[in-house]
Ligand binder design. Structure first.
Ligand SMILES: *Cc1c(COP(=O)(O)O)cnc(C)c1O
Length: 231
């Protein structure tokens, strides 16, 4: 067994354990975050059974996808989106987790090829109140969700968040609770959502306890990333 296959198996077991203990009784899916990892590393994880992969940097992702066309991967875009990159994102991914403004959603919709299924979308919500962070403010979520619901080639599935990093489980939990409250508020307003994309290598267990349905995990599977990512 390779080291990637071994770590993947450990992560999957931990996810299963947390899912069994979660009061939300949700099903949790793993997005293996392969940014800064090689196509060979993705292939190794795929051969160990992982089929959903997340990427942050468009050019890096496209280069890798070219080398992996023989695999049946579900590709998720999870990074910041520049508006001049919406067309290749819309054409080459199944999901986008990081939508935080209408203009980006409209451009993704307009560029989605008619022969593909609708692009699956999460809105990125900013619960840490940091000006520099991307993500829509909780107060603006419902208005944005209403507009996005009208776009025929997008399917709005739920929320994504990247809370401020913390080593403290109580703090991690408090932030995930805020995301959960935003999600519940949208459900109460009639939005048909089923996806909560929260939790990374350092905090996926508390995220699952707050109802995560996608956890996005990189380093716990692939090992530490190089300090600086090119592109
Ligand atoms: C890098 C990244 C992850 C994975 O981070 P790890 O700490 O390596 O698990 C998850 N989500 C997003 C948006 C990321 O940029």
């Amino acid at each position: 067994m390779t080291i990637i296959a071994y770590r993947l198996q450990e992560v999957i077991a931990a996810i299963q354990h947390a899912q069994d203990a979660s009061p939300f009784k949700q099903q949790v899916k793993l997005v293996a975050v392969s940014k800064a990892q090689t196509a060979d590393a993705v292939r190794e994880a795929y051969q160990a059974g992982q089929t959903i992969f997340g990427e942050n940097y468009l050019q890096e992702a496209l280069d890798k996808q070219q080398l992996l066309t023989d695999l049946n991967i579900e590709w998720h875009f999870i990074g910041p989106i520049q508006s001049n990159k919406t067309q290749p994102i819309s054409q080459n991914f199944d999901w986008v987790h990081s939508v935080d403004r209408l203009k980006i959603a409209q451009r993704l919709n307009d560029a989605r090829p008619a022969d593909l299924a609708p692009l699956q979308i999460c809105l990125q919500v900013n619960v840490s109140n940091e000006d520099s962070k991307s993500g829509v403010a909780p107060a603006d979520l419902a208005a944005l969700a209403s507009e996005i619901k009208k776009l025929p080639k997008l399917t709005l599935r739920g929320l994504m968040a990247i809370p401020a990093p913390s080593k403290d489980v109580t703090q991690q939990t408090a932030q995930f609770k805020q995301v959960r409250q935003c999600y519940d508020a949208l459900l109460a307003q009639g939005f048909a959502l089923d996806t909560l994309s929260i939790g990374m290598s350092d905090d996926y267990l508390p995220a699952i306890a707050q109802g995560a349905t996608f956890v996005r995990i990189g380093s716990a599977i692939f090992g530490a990333r190089p300090a600086k990512v090119l592109n």
